[in-house]
Design a protein around this ligand. Structure first.
Ligand code: NAP
Length: 492
């Protein structure tokens, strides 16, 4: 009998030879297997076009896993649960073969008829696969049937709706697990705990005490070999529509009445509903787009975006976005939330900075300057932790102040045992916990907000592109966005 803690399932991975499967999925499954989180009654069927044997596939899986945990004798036992089937996503025969393999593995591994279909493939196949799974009877099973689906979920609200209708023809909303891997990150999950489990923060978490919130997600890498995908996406769709807006929702939501997926989602949805819609004609007041030129990163010269593989030499695609979001509700009226994300930046870092308002009367000075505002910094990656920036007295005879920092580093406490985002999300999907997956309502609201910005940008050429150098902190205009409100980005 399956327990909530020790789930069992047949897992079918579509795109089993791809980058995501190799870099993340096999390692995560291995860690779940190794630490006993999943029952030994599981089997994985990998499908993709190329003709591999079970042995080839198991060797590939073992290779991926060994990269993460070398010299483990049980890797062989683990990979013996893996099976491979060459597959054509449009062929009925492929699904029939998969159905018969699944039935025999259900029996052999006593998976109680539980089936999880993980779509680690290009999004144009998502709808076809979901409908074929139903049409060919793979979803007729005695246990649960779940669809785990990777980003991007659509390209705009209309395309996302179309995709949603297609997959909803085969799976109920409660069976669809839309991955946003940011939601699997330790410190993103920690946002609600920091907020709602601390008497120190929750009373201050509103427009009376917070002046602005800044969310940064910067990467040092460029587009690498994903130029074709990125040309169609850009930073707005790749990062803002999903990861950044999910973080905004977690930072701004009201306390849920219970910690269950429905209540948490309902609060997140309210934030997205309160997000002020921007008219296309106003986009320049709220958003800045950027594209990187060639530059120096770690003393090495790197090419500009327009020189990357599969990128149009006159590309209008943004590799950087900064934006000012306004949440029109009682708690947040008057508090801007600034976001920025970009490729080829000076450092890799995802963090949230909450800037508190200045104290009402300034009695103290730091070298003749007003004291700094208090900041709460939530470090999401690569560092994990929180830092509180305060002011204290400088030692000595005079009453002058000095900024001090209280630091908590999660990396030091949990170290290598901190599970990877994918490990946590696969485990949640297997045990049926939807808290950290995005519901259709969230996806739809996010797209409806983003679509206004993308329409405005796609209808005009960015004359100033490229407008920031690789290895820098982004375009100047992003600084002006905050300056207009009397703020600046905190690079802390
Ligand atoms: P990828 O490396 O291009 O892999 C695609 C996989 O699909 C391969 O296994 C490929 O194998 C298979 N495939 C392609 N066409 C097929 C067809 N017609 N029939 C059957 N199989 C087919 O892609 P990826 O980077 O792993 O990304 C997969 C999904 O995850 C995408 O939706 C992507 O946006 C998302 N994602 C990826 C990452 C990442 O880190 N890579 C991060 C976030 C989200 P064959 O060539 O053998 O058919």
């Amino acid at each position: 009998m399956m327990t909530k803690e020790n789930p069992t399932s047949l897992i079918v991975i579509f795109g089993a030879t791809g980058d995501l499967a190799k870099r993340k999925l096999y390692q995560s499954l291995y860690r779940l297997y190794k630490n006993g989180s999943i029952s030994k009654n599981f089997a994985v069927v990998g499908v993709a076009r190329r003709p591999l044997t079970n042995e080839d596939f198991r060797a590939n899986v073992a290779k991926s896993v060994n990269g993460a945990a070398s010299g483990n004798a049980d890797v062989e036992e683990f990979s013996s649960h893996f099976y491979y089937q060459p597959f054509d996503v449009t062929s009925s025969e492929s699904y029939q073969q998969l159905k018969s393999l699944s039935s025999s593995l259900d029996q052999e591994y006593q998976t109680n008829g539980n089936r999880m279909f993980y779509l680690a493939m290009a999004p144009e196949f998502f709808g076809t696969i979901a409908s074929n799974l139903k049409a060919e009877g793979l979803t007729d099973t005695t246990g649960f049937k779940r669809l785990v689906i990777e980003k991007p979920f659509g390209h705009s609200l209309p395309t996302a709706k179309e995709l949603n209708e297609e997959i909803r023809g085969a799976f109920h909303e409660s069976e669809i697990y839309r991955i946003d891997h940011y939601l699997g990150k330790e410190m993103v999950q920690n946002i609600e705990v920091i907020r709602f489990a601390n008497a120190l923060f929750e009373p201050l978490w509103n427009n009376r005490y917070i002046s602005n919130i800044q969310i940064t997600s910067s990467e040092v890498l460029g587009v690498e070999d994903r130029g074709r995908y990125y040309e169609n996406s850009g930073a707005l769709r790749d990062m803002v529509q999903n990861h950044m807006l999910q973080m905004v929702a977690l930072l701004a939501m009201e306390p849920p009445i219970k910690l269950n997926p429905e209540e948490i989602r309902s609060e997140k949805v309210k934030v997205l509903r309160a997000l002020r819609q921007i008219d296309q004609s106003e986009v320049d007041q709220y958003f800045v787009r950027g594209q990187y030129s060639a530059g120096m990163i770690e003393e090495e010269r790197v090419p500009g975006y327009r020189e990357e593989n599969s990128v149009d030499p006159a590309s209008n695609t943004e590799t950087y976005v900064a934006g000012k979001l306004v949440i029109d509700n009682f708690r947040w009226a008057g508090v801007p939330i600034y976001i920025r994300t970009g490729k080829r930046m000076s450092s890799k870092s995802t963090k949230v900075v909450v800037q508190f308002k200045d104290i009402p009367m300034n009695l103290y000075y730091n070298r003749g300057e007003k004291v700094d505002p208090n900041l709460l910094v939530i470090h999401i990656q690569p560092d994990e932790g929180i830092t509180l920036h305060l002011n204290a007295k400088k030692s000595g005879k005079d009453i002058t102040t000095t900024p001090i920092k209280l630091d908590y580093s999660n990396n030091c406490i949990d170290g290598i045992n901190t599970p990877e985002a994918y490990e946590r999300l696969i485990f949640d999907a297997m045990r049926g916990d939807m808290t950290n997956f995005t519901h259709w309502d969230e996806v739809a609201l996010s797209w409806s907000f983003i679509d206004q910005v993308s329409k405005a940008w796609e209808s005009t050429t960015a004359e100033d592109f490229p407008n920031y150098e690789a290895g820098s902190v982004g375009p100047k205009k992003a600084d002006e966005l905050l300056k207009r409100d009397g703020f600046h980005w905190w690079n802390v």
